[in-house]
Structures are given as structure tokens and as C-alpha cells.
Design a protein around this ligand. Structure first.
Ligand SMILES: [Zn+2]
Length: 281
């Protein structure tokens, strides 16, 4: 062994060497090694380094437990940060973040939504979309947002948007940018388009709507649509541009009539109850 290597090993051994005084909360065990007062496991162990008996420091059981808990805490923090980011990217309208299964009544529609989330792997694998249709206030958007939040909380990227927003965004783009923007929806395993049918229906707008729907179709990823249109209106559209859009949607999405009663009425009723209570009416 060269002298240099020998020096290096010697200096390494002396660095590793943990011969020291017993500190507070420690004691010297019968084997001559320092132990932790709390968990009574060693803080030192004896090893042979380059033929020399050396005492090196080690981690006692309680410190090991602390480190594991700290690691878990950091992982949990990281998970929550990721979910927060996913939510910020996927749901821009803040009020939708409040629409979750845990604040929903356990209605038939909500149970269907829960099963959709529970069976997500199959839903995604088989590209099972939903067309949630029904009257204003029937809870379609609420159900869609519950699904979005539940999947986001599992770390699955979901984008919930509507065509008015999409068209506004696209308005300022060049055609190449528009293409990239539409393609970017494929980064979301689930795309939810809320309130189909309220966007303007100029020739340009309908072309873009079709482009988004068709791109989704090609990506083979699930799509959820909510709409106030009736299923009859979608099956018998008045013109060709609408017919193209609706037939693609009906190919991808299973229609589900949402008739859960007016949720907003439900909210105002409970507000009435609250104010009666508060004001003792
Ligand atoms: Zn300990």
C-alpha cells in the first residue's frame, strides 16, 4: 500500500472514531459503548477498520424512528404540494374546489360519481366518458367537480374548463399556438368541459369546439361533458357543424341524465333554516 493511501485510511479511521465522553441523556453500557437513555439502544458500535478495532457512532432506535417520521412528514408535504399545484392548474374557478364528495348528499348521481372515481383505472383504460345532461341547477357541474377534486386528490391531473374560456384563450393565438394549446389537453388523463352549449356558435367557434373534441377523441383519453342541452337536441342537431360535434361526443361519452333536484334550491333552503335559527324567527 502506498504511503498516501495509508495516510488517507488513517485519517479516515480517526474521523470515524467516536471515542468521546458520555453526554446528557446517555450512559455507558456494560459493553463499553454509549447508549441512549430513552430507548436503551446503542449510540455506538464496534467495527474493524483496516484491522484496527474502532468505535463508530450509530443511530439509536428512537432517533431512527424520528428520522422515519420526518421522512414521512416530508413526503406527505411534497404530496400535498403536488396536489395543490395540480388543483391550481386543473381547476381555475375557485368555487369548484369546494364541490367535493365529502360535502355532497349521498344521492344516486353522487354514488355514480364515486364509482367513476373508484374505478378510475378501468375508466381510463377503456376510455369511458360521461355526458352529464339535465336542467340548470340539477347538479351536473357539482357532480363533475366532485369527480375532478377526488381524482386530483389522488394526484391524477384533471382539467375542468369550458368552451367560453377555451375560445377566449385561443382568440389571441396564432394557428400553430392554437394547435399546441389543444394538444396540451392530452396532458390531462381526464378532461371535463362544463356547460357545453353556452359558448357562442359562430362558424369559427364551432370549428374550434370540434377541433378540441376531435383531438380528445384521437388521444383515447376520457372526457366528461356537462350540458343543459337535452339528449334529443344532441341527437337531432339543426345543422352540420353541431351534428359533427355532438356525434363525436356521443361516441365518447355515455349520456347520464342528472335530475338530482335543484341543488341551489337546496342551498337556499338550508340558508333559510340558518337565518331562522340565527334570528329566532
Ligand atoms: Zn434513543
Amino acid at each position: 500500500m502506498s504511503e498516501k493511501v495509508g495516510d488517507f485510511i488513517d485519517s479516515f479511521i480517526s474521523k470515524m472514531n467516536d471515542r468521546r465522553e458520555v453526554k446528557e441523556n446517555e450512559y455507558l453500557g456494560e459493553n463499553g459503548l454509549i447508549h441512549c437513555n430513552k430507548c436503551h439502544t446503542p449510540l455506538q458500535c464496534r467495527i474493524s477498520l483496516n484491522g484496527k478495532d474502532t468505535i463508530v457512532s450509530c443511530i439509536c432506535k428512537c432517533r431512527q424512528g424520528e428520522m422515519e417520521r420526518e421522512k414521512k412528514r416530508q413526503e406527505e408535504e411534497e404530496r400535498l404540494r403536488r396536489i395543490q399545484k395540480l388543483k391550481a392548474n386543473g381547476i381555475q374557478e375557485k368555487h369548484l374546489l369546494e364541490w367535493r364528495f365529502d360535502v355532497a348528499e349521498n344521492s344516486k348521481d353522487i354514488q355514480i360519481g364515486k364509482r367513476y372515481v373508484k374505478n378510475w383505472k378501468k375508466v381510463r383504460g377503456d376510455n369511458l366518458g360521461l355526458l352529464l345532461w339535465g336542467e340548470v341547477g340539477s347538479g351536473k357541474s357539482f357532480l363533475a367537480a366532485c369527480i375532478a377534486n377526488a381524482l386530483l386528490e389522488q394526484g391524477i391531473p384533471v382539467l375542468m374548463t369550458n368552451f367560453s374560456k377555451i375560445l377566449n384563450q385561443m382568440g389571441a393565438m396564432y394557428s400553430e399556438e392554437r394547435y399546441q394549446y389543444i394538444a396540451s389537453f392530452s396532458n390531462f388523463p381526464l378532461l371535463i368541459i362544463d356547460d357545453l352549449g353556452i359558448e357562442r356558435s359562430t362558424e369559427y367557434a364551432l370549428e374550434q369546439v370540434y377541433a378540441v373534441i376531435d383531438e380528445r377523441y384521437k388521444s383515447g383519453l376520457p372526457l366528461i361533458i356537462t350540458t343543459n342541452l337535452t339528449i334529443a337536441e344532441m341527437r337531432n342537431p339543426s345543422d352540420v357543424p353541431h351534428a359533427r360535434i355532438y356525434s363525436r361526443i356521443l361516441e365518447m361519452c355515455t349520456p347520464l341524465n342528472i335530475s338530482g333536484g335543484d341543488r341551489r334550491k337546496g342551498i337556499s333552503r338550508s340558508k333559510t333554516d340558518t337565518i331562522k335559527e340565527v334570528l329566532e324567527l
